[in-house]
Design a protein around this ligand. Structure first.
Ligand SMILES: C[S@@+](CC[C@H](N)C(=O)[O-])C[C@H]1O[C@@H](n2cnc3c(N)ncnc32)[C@H](O)[C@@H]1O
Length: 371
């Protein structure tokens, strides 16, 4: 059971991953990369699970031990999982919350709702699922006056989404261009590729994919769609490849990787959602509550980092002002001065964890906040 795995994780390596924890215990310390060695498999590395008769690839939760250590869930507390996915993190958390605890899970994907039903049947804590984008769900919870002890985001796609070919997230399989996390949403990658003008396409590819050849790819898309519509992932991959000079095509991973990431972010308004959701999640936290985010690319990580750093910042007056005029007080203590990254061992077990970055901050209590 995952509880046993977590319990077997030694306190020394726990401290190495969570600097504030280390400071609290030892009075000093700074963020440290996870050690390379670990006993036993990581939680959730189970391969596949059966659901409603069909076998689907399971999602291995990333940085699960590290996330749990930062959130530090206790019996009876309330947690909000903003990106439930396959429930890997939520399951570990629910065990810690116990029968008196509450888990609210959010996901916009109906597949996640099915996975949640399985967890709900097995867990002792009170559970609730909200199928919606997390920005809307958090607004709903705020409107209900809910208060939580922790909230976390595990951003991006789940393995179920990438590996379900017909959802069109992957450049490795031929499938209809889609990429919607919520299949009921109107906008899909097909519309973006078919209808957005060249400038807008180039902007998306550059800003969301950090694609150096954004202009050339946008031009190639527009030229090709004038001949015949681009409706499948591999047609798009061909178009992208045709626009990238040969030497660049063979350097730095799959040539369509950045463009696919960019389109997925645009289709699902991922950055807009995150910008709306971070303050909402922070507002729902009780004093002492923890907000954590796992990101998979710099656009997300930058947002999480800035948001948390901003909460932890006090006075912002120019240094030459003799007294503070802004009156700003820190609201948070950073739990991760530098982001926590997966160990080499986790990456070897789950290569999809490679680019993950975990950051967290704790809301100060009244006693801790400066008078
Ligand atoms: C990386 S997976 C989460 C995996 C999960 N932590 C686990 O252990 O199984 C991300 C999930 O977040 C969901 N998601 C992404 N953006 C979302 C948004 N704006 N609103 C709601 N759900 C979102 C996706 O549908 C996906 O299921």
């Amino acid at each position: 059971m995952s509880t046993t795995l977590l319990d077997s994780w030694d306190a020394q390596s726990a401290e190495a991953r969570t600097p504030e924890l280390a400071r609290r215990r030892r009075g000093a310390g700074d963020a440290v990369r996870p050690p390379q060695g670990r006993r036993g498999p990581r939680p959730g590395a189970q391969g596949a699970c059966a659901l409603g008769g069909a076998t689907q690839a399971a999602h291995t939760p990333v940085l699960a031990i590290e996330l749990l250590e930062l959130l530090d869930p206790k019996p009876g507390q309330t947690a909000i999982d903003c990106t439930f996915g396959d429930g890997g993190h939520a399951r570990l958390l629910a065990e810690r919350l116990g029968p008196a605890g509450t888990l609210v899970a959010i996901d916009r994907d109906p597949q996640a709702e099915q996975r949640f039903a399985k967890l709900a049947a097995e867990t002792a804590c009170s559970v609730r699922f909200i199928r919606s984008s997390y920005a809307e769900a958090l607004e709903l919870l705020a409107g209900e006056g809910m208060r939580a002890d922790m909230a976390y985001f595990d951003l991006g796609m789940s393995s179920m989404q990438v590996d379900t070919r017909e959802r069109g997230f992957s450049y490795s399989y031929d499938a209809p261009l889609d990429m919607r996390m919520d299949p009921a949403q109107e906008l899909s990658a097909r519309e973006v590729v078919a209808e957005w003008d060249e400038r807008r396409l180039a902007h998306v590819l550059r800003d969301f994919g950090e694609e150096r050849h954004a202009g050339a790819i946008a031009r190639a898309i527009v030229r090709r769609r004038e001949q015949c519509p681009i409706v499948t992932t591999l047609e798009l991959v061909d178009t992208i490849k045709s626009a990238i000079p040969a030497p660049a095509r063979f350097a730095g991973g799959h040539p369509a990787k950045r463009s696919f990431q960019a389109l997925r972010i645009a289709v699902n308004d991922e950055l807009g959602q995150l910008d709306r959701a971070l303050p909402l999640a922070w507002g729902l936290l009780r004093e002492g509550g923890v907000l954590a985010g796992i990101s998979f690319h710099s656009l997300e990580d930058r947002r999480v980092k800035r948001f948390l750093a901003d909460r932890a910042r006090g006075c912002i007056c120019p240094p030459d002002l003799p007294v503070c005029a802004c009156g700003r007080e820190p609201q948070a203590a950073l739990l991760t001065r530098r982001s926590i990254v997966p160990s080499a061992e986790e990456i070897a077990e789950n290569p999809r964890a490679t680019s993950a970055r975990l950051r967290a901050a704790r809301k100060l209590t009244d006693e801790e906040a400066p008078a």
